[in-house]
Design a protein around this ligand. Structure first.
Ligand code: UT7
Length: 329
């Protein structure tokens, strides 16, 4: 049995936060943000809108496009670093309950911006082992809830949103996910972290909101991201004997235009192979790859049989890549 990437869906909140809006909050300019990141605007969830609310909207679209019934889903895995609740219940169980799927296996994973590639690898492994048939994977983030809007080094980057996909068992090898690679280096954990509030640095009496805010060594992370991702995508292509010219869509994590451009250039990709949404959504962490893929789909540019190369890099540190056809319905 193989695992096929059957369908994609996403949700973006209505509220837009532009670079000009940010200039009223911190010492920055539209020119600096555009030049250094490629970001022009990002979406911000409503105050009462949770990560699971966004995840459910993305998931419903993905299921509808898969041709399956909701009741066919036998596992839900959510990648998030901005869960509805600090420890439990998991966002996946909240999503399952909101969708009326109380009996399915449901759990979250924490791999920051690489989350979607990690959940894809989990879906593949469960399906290929025969344990599950139709797995709903989700990347969903309310990054605005864990962002410090007085820190210009991070608040200009992040946005909110969700993306979801249905991964199904298939006997058709042409539909199968070809290869996946995930990795980590915990020695560089302090490059990107929310340092307080957990057992590593507990709050004895009260949990402050700031405890959950992201801190990042931006420039150091940037350099290692370019180097690591370039090696990673070259490796996965070589390992599978596939030329970069054969890739229909390179769908990278949308952290910074300059990182995407550097990796794309190393692979000698044409502009029309590279999927870019960073200008309109910013960095939505684990949601960014499925959100970008969904835009491609809704624009009519993602067809069954198209060969996709995904890559991502984020907190942990974690990184990974995936090579797969879009199976479609
Ligand atoms: O998604 C997970 C992985 N995350 C990433 O991959 C993010 C990687 N990092 C980045 O995208 C970039 O490092 C940033 C966009 C965060 C920063 O760009 P940079 O080119 O690495 O700038 P920098 O941190 O080296 O800062 C350069 C200058 C500094 O001023 P001085 O010391 O040269 O006077 C900063 O204080 O830019 C200043 N600066 C800003 N200026 C205006 C930093 N943030 C801002 C800002 N507006 N928002």
């Amino acid at each position: 049995m193989y695992a096929a990437f059957r369908s994609i869906g996403a949700y973006v909140p209505e509220k837009v936060l532009t670079n000009d809006d940010l200039t009223k909050m911190v010492d920055t300019t539209d020119e600096w943000i555009t030049k250094r990141t490629g970001i022009k605007e990002r979406r911000i969830a409503a105050k009462d809108e949770t990560t699971s609310d966004m995840a459910v909207k993305a998931a419903e679209k993905a299921i509808e496009r898969s041709g399956l019934k909701k009741s066919d889903i036998d596992m839900i895995v959510v990648a998030t670093i901005s869960p509805d609740y600090f420890n439990m219940p998991s966002t996946a169980t909240v999503v399952a309950h909101k969708m009326g799927l109380d009996k399915v296996t449901a759990f979250d994973i924490s791999a920051a911006c690489t989350g979607f590639i990690y959940v894809l690898s989990i879906a593949k492994a469960f399906i290929e082992s025969g344990m599950k048939k139709n797995v709903l994977i989700i990347g969903a983030e309310k990054m605005s809830a864990i962002t410090d809007y007085s820190d210009r080094g991070t608040c200009i980057l992040f946005g909110d949103g969700a993306g979801a996909a249905v991964i199904c068992a298939t006997e058709n090898k042409k539909e199968a996910i070809i290869d996946l690679h995930t990795a980590s280096d915990g020695s560089l954990g302090d490059f990107l972290m929310t340092p307080e509030g957990g057992t590593g640095n507990p709050h004895q009496n009260e949990l402050k909101a700031e405890a959950c805010f992201i801190q990042m060594k931006g420039n150091e992370t940037f350099k290692i991201a370019v180097r690591t991702l370039t090696n990673d995508v070259i490796d996965i292509l070589q390992h599978n004997d596939i030329m970069s010219s054969e890739i229909t869509h390179f769908i990278p994590h949308q952290a910074n235009y300059r990182i995407i451009k550097a990796v794309g250039d190393a692979l000698k990709l044409n502009d029309d192979q590279v999927v870019l949404t960073v200008h309109k959504y910013g960095n939505t962490s684990g949601a960014s790859i499925p959100m970008a893929m969904n835009d491609l789909y809704e624009e009519g540019n993602l067809k069954a049989g198209d060969l996709m190369l995904l890559d991502a890099f984020g907190g942990g540190l974690t990184w990974g890549s995936a090579l797969l056809p879009f199976a479609g319905k």
